[in-house]
Write a protein that binds this ligand. Structure first.
Ligand code: PEP
Length: 250
């Protein structure tokens, strides 16, 4: 089954509106007409009002790095899916390892967010990945299966089609250490098998699994050559227009 790749930028807590605009002025012409893969940007919510209008009519989708599962309410500092939709956002990251690590996001919270995104028609990019100690203890497969099963609790095959997964080994994020293409491919196989167990072979075969963790212009081709890797979630190397454009055009 052929899966359309998604190349996504996680800008984390970087860029002012002026810096975001300068990025887009340079980036959009570089990737114009590039229809082989989907492209998405995940800026901070403060930048959405700059980035979404600038990307309108282009081949670049825009989303949040995090959303709350409640429709609205007294959740200081959070962003609702309705707010994201109202400004034209279409995607959201869920369960990024930095959310899990620094903001105590559990599989249960990830699951609630996934249900909320699916209900609202927002494309969820659910992040999973092991920390170094888990890899060294031989627990990678167990951790990935637990995270996928936890995220997908109560999700049926009928509603799962929009879900994108991202395998991000935590030890490779922002460290310059990339999983070898073979390591990533193996982890993706484990994740896809778990999706098949939970939701059936059809959904598993069509679900995109991105790789994230120190993806750069010089390693993206070898990662994307792996049959199980259906795109990239890029942090540091997505902050400069020429670098992210080179990744999009691997
Ligand atoms: C990320 O933030 O999801 C990420 C993969 O970061 P980096 O590319 O910097 O490792």
């Amino acid at each position: 089954m052929s899966r359309k790749a998604l190349i996504a930028a996680n800008w984390k807590m970087y860029k002012t509106p002026a810096e975001a605009q300068a990025f887009l002025d340079a980036f959009l012409p570089l990737v114009a007409g590039n229809s082989r893969d989907e492209i998405a940007l995940f800026p901070s919510p403060v930048l959405l009002a700059t980035v979404i209008p600038a990307c309108k009519g282009s081949n670049v989708a825009v989303g949040c790095q995090n959303i709350h599962f409640a429709e609205e309410g007294a959740y200081t500092g959070e962003t609702s899916i309705a707010q994201l939709k109202a400004v034209g956002g279409t995607h959201t990251l869920i369960g990024h390892s930095e959310r899990r690590q620094y903001f105590a996001e559990t599989d249960e919270i990830v699951n609630k967010k996934l249900h909320a995104a699916l209900k609202a028609g927002i494309v969820p990019v659910v992040c999973v990945g092991e920390v170094l100690a888990e890899r060294e203890a031989g627990k990678t497969a167990e951790v990935l299966k637990t995270q996928v099963a936890g995220a997908f609790a109560g999700v049926s095959a009928e509603i799962a089609a929009p879900i994108v997964l991202a395998y991000e080994p935590v030890w490779a994020i922002g460290t310059g250490k990339t999983a070898t293409p073979e390591m990533a491919d193996e982890a993706h196989k484990t994740i896809r098998a778990e999706v098949a167990r939970l939701l059936g072979d059809g959904i598993a075969a069509s679900m995109r699994i991105l790789y994230g963790g120190s993806v750069k212009p010089d390693n993206v081709s070898s990662l994307m050559a792996q049959p199980e890797i259906d795109g990239a979630l890029v942090g540091g190397a997505s902050l400069k227009a020429d670098s992210f454009a080179a990744i999009v055009k691997y």
